[in-house]
Design a binder for this molecule. Structure first.
Ligand SMILES: NC(=O)c1ccc[n+]([C@@H]2O[C@H](COP(=O)([O-])OP(=O)(O)OC[C@H]3O[C@@H](n4cnc5c(N)ncnc54)[C@H](OP(=O)(O)O)[C@@H]3O)[C@@H](O)[C@H]2O)c1
Length: 303
């Protein structure tokens, strides 16, 4: 099979397209033919991270440095190990390879039926593989942090960094849990953020949203670039600030909830660009630029 291989840390040049054997699932594993995967800010950060440090941290936390990148995927089960109970060949599935060394920027990926760090669920026939791969870690992060903020119906949210993967998902999820949502992004993305449902959109390069005087119940920093001291100035008395800098973990039930929102048309991942497997390096270059909009899908088989 074709796969992207990266054996050392560094620039996108460390990513190589190679032909390697299709993996054989262990007893507790599922072999998935990957239809769509993605490239995220997390993939790019893992690519850059010092491998020796990752190996040590991984030993403690129970994960391995990635040899094949690609955390998010959607595809069809090709084969299952002897002990797999809940899935069978032909099932459409979506999930993540978090904690595994071999990810989904490949024609096939092996994932455990239940995993310590990653998630795996059946894909709804009402969600395409592209939309499934694009709405995974970003929305799961947004769901978890908005739950942590205790966002309630009718409450106002400001999403700072609303044009990225987490931010664009947070616009839809905050609208679902709460009331009106405003956004902050650069001028080039104002139309996009409005089209995703934000009422007022501030261009952080020309407008200081704090000086607008508007107060929010929740401010969600989706890019980790807003100072808490600044956020506090724009919060109501009982307002809450949450940031992607907080630790989150992947929860299967939350991916089911996200899929349900997708089926109901309440969450539509914004997919800015798609690349074939051969061009994963270009996708990483775009992520490294810091200007990625929404999500990048890697189209591997079919869609
Ligand atoms: N806690 C977790 O578990 C978790 C999970 C996922 C991601 N993350 C982290 O969350 C962050 C965002 O992830 P992502 O996947 O959403 O990233 P992303 O999609 O790569 O974010 C790119 C977006 O960030 C915006 N941006 C860049 N600088 C900005 C600034 N100074 N102010 C406002 N917006 C700015 C850009 O918009 P403009 O061009 O308009 O500036 C661009 O659209 C990353 O640091 C990632 O590692 C954390």
């Amino acid at each position: 099979m074709k796969a992207i291989i990266s054996t050392k840390a560094g620039s996108p040049d460390v990513l190589e397209l190679r032909e390697i054997p299709i993996p054989i699932p262990k007893d507790n594993e599922i072999l998935v033919k990957v239809h769509c995967a993605s490239v995220t800010a997390g993939d790019a950060a893992l690519r850059r991270f010092n491998r020796a440090v990752l190996s040590v941290v991984g030993l403690l936390a129970g994960f391995k440095p990635m040899i094949i990148p690609g955390v998010e995927f959607s595809g069809v089960i090709e084969a299952t190990g002897m002990r797999v109970k809940s899935f069978q060949p032909g099932d459409e599935v979506r999930g993540t390879t978090t904690g595994l060394s071999k990810g989904a920027n490949a024609e096939y990926v092996c994932v455990p039926e239940t995993s310590r760090h990653g998630v795996l669920i059946r894909k709804s026939p009402h969600v395409t593989h592209r939309e499934a791969a694009a709405a995974t870690v970003g929305p799961m992060t947004a769901v978890q942090l908005l739950k942590k903020a205790g966002l309630k119906p009718g409450e106002m949210t400001l999403v700072y960094g609303a044009s990225g993967s987490v931010g664009s998902a947070a616009l839809h999820i905050a609208a679902h849990y709460g009331g009106a949502v405003d956004g902050v992004c650069s001028g080039t993305n104002i139309e996009l953020v409005q089209s995703l449902g934000a009422e007022i959109v501030y261009d952080y390069k020309t407008v200081d949203f704090i000086s607008s005087g508007k107060k929010y119940d929740v401010i969600f920093d989706a890019v980790g670039k807003l100072k808490k001291t600044d956020a506090l100035k724009a919060l109501k008395e009982k307002g809450r600030f949450v940031s992607v800098k907080s630790m989150t973990k992947e929860v299967k039930e939350e991916l089911e909830f996200i899929q349900d929102l997708q089926v109901k048309g309440k969450l539509k991942p914004f997919i800015d660009k798609s690349y074939p497997l051969e061009e994963v390096k270009d996708a990483h270059i775009l992520v490294d630029s810091g200007r990625k909009r929404g999500n990048i899908v890697i189209s591997i088989s079919g869609e």
